[in-house]
Unconditional design. Structure first.
Length: 295
């Protein structure tokens, strides 16, 4: 393809996999790709493959337009600035404004399911960014990533070790998807050359309760796991008591509340529409990461 694609957050876990799928799965020439990060030194492996690298600092509003110069398609991966409320949205708006000034033709953005109607603590960042993109006049592709399978690798090993999972999700369901599958679908959208604006919600094929997820984890690992239902307040107290920062505890509690309210119970075929394949099931993901789950 003749278009130039720039991927922000290229040193992060999602960005690295997007770049992998652009080149390895969809055959985009390295010369057509720009990998961007606050620290370009972290992109040496991509530079060695012929991918151009640039410094993109979302806090450097004056330098962003230069960083996006000559770019046709921009992938804006949402930043990790969650500790300071509102900061991430300010960063995203600065990037969108810079993209307009730089003459970018199409912007893609990694969002979350139904951000306008979500209880998750950071949903407003995504809703505000989507609104800013639509107001910019640029063609866009919004990719709303569901909760990652990968997120369970943070807490599930401990849960399996003690045999208990404290949850405030109730009987709510969530259709999780792997980070790599999201990256694959994002890369497919970037490589498609599509000029129309569109919004996709990337989910797994099955929506599960925490009890069903626990049963899968127990079956795969051979370790019993009981889900204990707690209130939001009890969950928050347990998380902060375990040493998690306040903003992280708030995020996790709000995610459980969102699940309990049925707002994560969304299943689409958008992944298949973009890639032609089926997303990896949670069972297969757990099986592939059995060693990590067992600690």
């Amino acid at each position: 393809m003749s278009e130039t694609i720039l991927v922000t957050g290229a040193a992060g876990q999602l960005g690295q996999r997007v770049l992998h799928h652009l080149t390895e799965t969809y055959g985009v020439a390295p010369a057509s790709i720009v990998a961007a990060s606050r620290d370009p030194q972290k992109l040496a492996a991509f530079a060695a493959k012929g991918i151009a690298t640039r410094k993109v600092d979302f806090d450097d509003t004056t330098g962003l337009a230069d960083a996006f110069a000559g770019v046709d398609r921009l992938l804006l991966i949402s930043t990790d600035e969650l500790a300071t409320p509102g900061k991430r949205l300010v960063q995203h708006k600065a990037a969108i404004e810079a993209a307009v000034r730089a003459g970018v033709k199409h912007i893609a953005y990694t969002s979350m399911p139904s951000p306008d109607d979500s209880l998750v603590s950071f949903a407003g960042d995504h809703a505000g960014t989507e609104q800013a993109i639509k107001a910019s006049g640029l063609a866009y592709t919004i990719l709303r990533d569901a909760w990652y399978h990968d997120n369970y690798l943070h807490s599930m090993p401990h849960n399996l070790q003690v045999g208990t999972w404290y949850s405030a999700s109730g009987d709510g369901r969530v259709a999780t998807i792997s980070r790599d599958d999201c990256a694959r679908a994002i890369a497919a959208a970037l490589a498609s050359g599509n000029t129309e604006s569109a919004t996709y919600t990337l989910t797994g094929a099955t929506s599960l309760t925490d009890k069903e997820i626990a049963a899968v984890a127990a079956d795969v690992t051979g370790k019993p796991l009981a889900v204990v239902t707690v209130t939001d307040e009890q969950l928050h107290q347990g998380l902060t008591g375990a040493g998690l920062p306040e903003f992280v505890a708030n995020m996790l509690v709000s995610a459980d509340a969102n699940t309990r309210a049925g707002k994560f119970d969304i299943v689409t075929d958008d992944f298949k529409r973009l890639t032609g394949g089926e997303p990896q099931s949670l069972r297969d993901f757990f099986a592939a990461h059995k060693a990590a789950l067992l600690g």
